[in-house]
Design a binder for this molecule. Sequence first.
Ligand code: 5GP
Length: 254
Amino acid sequence: MSRRRRLYEGKAKVLYEGPEPGTLVQHFKDDATAGNGEKHEVIDGKGVLNNRISEFIFTHLNELGIPTHFIKRMNMREQLIREVEIIPLEVVVRNVAAGSICKRLGVESGTRLPRSIIEFYYKDDKLNDPIVAEEHITAFGWANPQELDDIMSMAVRINDFLCGLFMSAGIQLIDFKIEFGRLYEEDTMRIVLADEISPDSCRLWDIKTQNKLDKDRFRQDLGGLVDAYREVAQRLGILSEADNALATGPRLVK
Ligand code: 5GP
């Protein structure tokens, strides 16, 4: 049996060579890390839930005409994606202050921002992904001004869609991180959304209780991460109660 070639292994995902040229397989691991890998745990069921939640969101974005790398989900942990050239930026959109902006600017966590803010971080583990300005991005050639315009207008549209989606599930979208890539097709190139959107990369607070339904449960040692992710999936209508087995892997059918 032929083994797939592993092209890249990150903290929470692995990329394998895809079945057709120009495609890859994105595999969601159960690994959770924080503090640039200083804290690490394997959380049974996380990868399966993130695969489903990210599939759901990317499918809707594709339908809305926001181009993404997503083609289809293949199985419990894997999706087929288009191969793109990743732009080395983490694009963070914030609606409410939480996390690093509170430390950096002394804003109280939970403060609604006067308008949504887009920030850029340069993807480099050795440098701890530093925050950068548009000037750095264009000066160092990580993206050109036209690409940055495309990225920002897509980030705003994605935020609008996600805010509405989560709001209808009783969840407030505090902030999220996305990544973009260049998709080359014949002699054209366009910017598409890449990576994933899941409770690993968003802050999601229950509107009524303010309970955290995201990776901060791991970062802050709150416990109950898989239950929180499953709650998000159920409220979005992705998992029915009966589907709960999906989060913990196969079960014996009696
Ligand atoms: P902060 O800058 O406050 O730490 O994070 C802002 C948002 O981006 C949060 O929703 C956080 O989960 C997400 N985020 C920032 N950096 C990363 C990262 O390296 N990986 C993931 N999965 N999410 C990130």
